[in-house]
Design a protein around this ligand. Structure first.
Ligand SMILES: C[S@@+](CC[C@H](N)C(=O)[O-])C[C@H]1O[C@@H](n2cnc3c(N)ncnc32)[C@H](O)[C@@H]1O
Length: 285
């Protein structure tokens, strides 16, 4: 049995290994009704009965099978051999098997015979830092999706708030990044929420982001953390924000700074997609 902690699921090491997600995590993601419900609504909104759909990173195959019930043909691609074998059995046993072309392949270089009308890629992580969403979408919009085709998601907006977090536990300082899963104490937010950057999947996106933005302090006190969140446009009218299994709000430590209500604070970040939070920079300047 492949069981790991919630934290491992949000820090897959895509650069040097495949198949970080065990079946237990796939089941956890599929039992997240908010996540599954929103993706399913987005599929309902964009799939066309005579259309060709492609899903990169199908996991268990659940969404590929669902999509096949609503369109003409599905390209289903998965890179992890273990979950691919599981999906293959599910697809073969489904009544839509003849509509699904299954590939054990890397979504970063997969090229289908015909271009797709619709595309689903759920390789999302907070700010798109850990997972390969942006890199895979850069490939897919050129080689997989037809011009004018619709992708799920179409846009991800990265937001930041600044605040104070008690990183100390019984006198021991633990200044680490931390997903704010259910049951984890939240930071005390002290600023407005600000947009740091936007990934628009209708065009190519740069994979290294470096910028600084101004954020106004709403109360006085000691700022020592940023809380990252991502707002996802799944389809024209369906959005997704955050759950424990997908893009949990994430707290990152900053060097502490005393601020006054009304101060304009400069928040700087530099990160590369498909890496990790530890290699990213988050600073108050
Ligand atoms: C977060 S899971 C989503 C699974 C499924 N689409 C769903 O929504 O339940 C991401 C999946 O993408 C696969 N994956 C990651 N990188 C990939 C790549 N470069 N090419 C194809 N599949 C990949 C992972 O193995 C995993 O099964």
């Amino acid at each position: 049995m492949n069981v790991s902690s919630r934290l491992d699921h949000h820090t897959p090491k895509y650069e040097d290994q495949v198949g970080n997600f065990g079946l237990s995590y796939h089941l956890e993601m599929l039992k997240d009704t908010e996540r599954v419900g929103r993706i399913r609504q987005a599929l309902d909104e964009v799939l066309q009965p005579d259309g060709i759909h492609c899903e990169l990173g199908i996991g268990t195959g659940v969404f590929a099978i669902y999509a096949a019930s609503k369109c003409r043909k599905v390209y289903a691609v998965e890179k992890d051999p273990a979950i691919y074998a599981f999906a293959k059995k599910n697809i073969q046993e489904s009544i839509y098997a003849d509509k699904i072309e299954l590939y054990l392949a890397d979504g970063l270089d997969f090229v289908p015979e015909e271009k797709a009308d619709t595309l689903l890629v759920e390789m999302m992580s907070i700010w798109c830092i850990n997972e390969p969403q942006v890199t895979v979408m850069n490939h897919a919009r050129k080689h997989i999706l037809r011009a004018g085709g619709v992708s799920i998601p179409s846009r991800i907006v990265n937001l930041v708030e600044l605040g104070h977090y008690d990183f100390e536990v019984m006198g021991v300082p633990c200044p680490s990044s931390l997903p704010q899963f259910s049951g984890i104490t939240a930071p005390r937010i002290m600023t407005q929420s600000a947009v740091f950057n936007t990934f628009d999947f209708g065009k190519a996106n740069t994979e290294t982001i470096e910028d600084q933005i101004q954020i106004k302090a709403l109360v006085s006190g000691n700022v020592n953390c940023a809380r990252l969140s991502s707002l996802v446009q799944l389809s024209p009218s369906i959005t997704f924000y955050s759950t424990d299994s997908l893009m949990p709000l994430t707290i990152v430590p900053l060097r502490a700074r005393a601020v006054q209500a009304g101060d304009e604070l400069t928040f700087y970040s530099q990160f590369k997609v498909r890496t990790d939070l530890e290699r990213s920079r988050f600073e108050l300047r």
